[in-house]
Design a protein around this ligand. Sequence first.
Ligand SMILES: Nc1nc2c(ncn2[C@@H]2O[C@H](COP(=O)(O)OP(=O)(O)OP(=O)(O)O)[C@@H](O)[C@H]2O)c(=O)[nH]1
Length: 624
Amino acid sequence: MKYLQLNKFLIIVVCVLLKYETSFADSDKKLITELKSMTEQVLRDPIATDARLKNMDKDLIQSNENLQVLWLLRRAEASHYSYQFAEFEMFVEQAFRLSNEKSLAETHALVLVYYGVVKHRKGEYEKSIEVLNLAADLAIKLNNKYIYAYAMIEIAYTLTLAEKYESAFNKLQEGYVQASERNYSLLIGLAEDIYGTLYSYVDKPEESIRHYQKARQVFIDLEYPFYVGESTYGIATTYRYAKDWTKAIKWYGRYKQAVKALDSKFSQFFYHYGVGMTYSDKGDCTTALPIILKALKLTDFEDYNAELYKNSALCQAKLGDFAAADASITAAKNIYLKIPKLNGTTWVLEVDKIAAQVAAMKGDFELAYQLIDSYYLRYIDIQQENTSVRLETLKLTLQLEREQLELENLENKNQVQGLKLKNQLRKIENQSLWLYGSILLISIILVVAFWQLRVSRRFKALSVTDELTGLSNRRFIFASISQLLSSSTTKQVHHSLMLIDVDDLKPINDNYGHQDGDRALKMVADAGRSVLRDGDVFARIGGDEYMLLLTRTSKKLEMSIANRIIQRISETPVISESGEIINVTASIGIASIEDLESEPETIYSRVDQALYRAKNNGRNCVSR
Ligand SMILES: Nc1nc2c(ncn2[C@@H]2O[C@H](COP(=O)(O)OP(=O)(O)OP(=O)(O)O)[C@@H](O)[C@H]2O)c(=O)[nH]1
């Protein structure tokens, strides 16, 4: 009997426990479902969603790790989309510590994506990419295309911030294609937004604004205020970079409106940052300085603050307060010292440029010269990497692919005929003109910089572009040769140098006038440009003399390129001011770059002798 009673008791205990377990599991499940269903809401109204999250049963959440991770993830999102970045980082880091691949694998993959975002926000680009790649690998394992595309897009953004534009374009394209194939609207918007950033960084303001506008429309339709704000801010900033101050200020105003409901000190900071930087870039320092000061007080975003310090230094110097300007430069330098990952980026290099400008305003030209010289040498390195013809080609190919994809979508919806596709393709073909304008980019930036300096004739010597032809100048090509000689590639790969000299330009000038002589010089520049490949440098080094540095070539190839140039020049008549046809020819000397040589001047003298031989051989020919 006793035994039976004990059994009965045990059965009751088990039943109670089971019931408790089931009801516990039920409420767990309910909460998980609730948290999962908040994906949209958190984007639309992050503040209300955060309040809802805060009100959830904390004991229950803490009793189950999976639940906790999901809850932390939602709180991270709510914080991010309401500009509470410190909280965002905190929640993501907590979720990262708790989550793992075995439990809620998809949630873990998303946690990894957000962790990657936290890392790029901190300037830890390598770590960010490493974590985002883990997220992408896990997404592949789970066959989750959404998270995969998301990771690709965030990798692209990190690469953009790290100024690795070429890889950024590749990754972004991958994310965009995945997102648009499956119509993931948030990710399409995000990808468009990052295209906006990327094009802005590579100095294509029109493209940039076009993409930001697309992103903005996606986010307006989805009613995601944070992202409407982000894309609006992007447009404003692109206008700022393009020096369209009025539009920039107008769009910063729109940004303020867009994020009004999310009002936080961070969105206020961004507004003041944008407006303050615009006024100071514009040179309206009296308006700019108080706004910059206000922005600096709002947050401790170090990299942004460094930018503010750089601009305030210029403004303070312009207003004659050199002590304050020096203090601002030091403040910017100190910030960058704390972020070693930014070493070698234009952000950091620019401190020297600004210090040079301030020194010049003070009248210390010697220091200004030293600073600007070292700035440009390092700047040229970066520009050569980022404005290569290869990058331009890549961008066009990717754009073509993207636009085709968009058209396909359109055609599905509206039966748009092939005509549109043709027009689109034609438009892209036209844009191939950009291919040859990459070096010009440097000149534009330099010309503006020099114009601003306006202080010493010595600065002129630092320009890198030839005004008449738009080619590189002597300084640039000699710097490129020095760089090539100091790099290890000279020892394994054949490089060559050509000296091109117009034949009998003097009689052309004398018979037709200087303007027609200039036309001949431009035609020769165009003829040479047409054979340029990625990595080549073509410069007008003075008068009617041009220099072409061909990298990774061979003796056979260099000869055929030289002959092509000669042929193109002789076959392209110059039409004079009065409509007459002027036949122009040129002679070319070629020299291989030997690894024994260490000075560009030594190679120059060999190539000069080769040119002399070509001239002696009757002109309009090539000689070694
Ligand atoms: N139109 C024009 N002429 C220039 C420019 N720079 C130099 N020149 C002229 O180019 C001519 C170069 O003359 P030379 O070096 O004697 O050579 P050439 O007449 O071309 O004859 P060869 O080189 O011996 O075939 C001079 O008459 C210069 O005045 C320029 O920017 N524009």
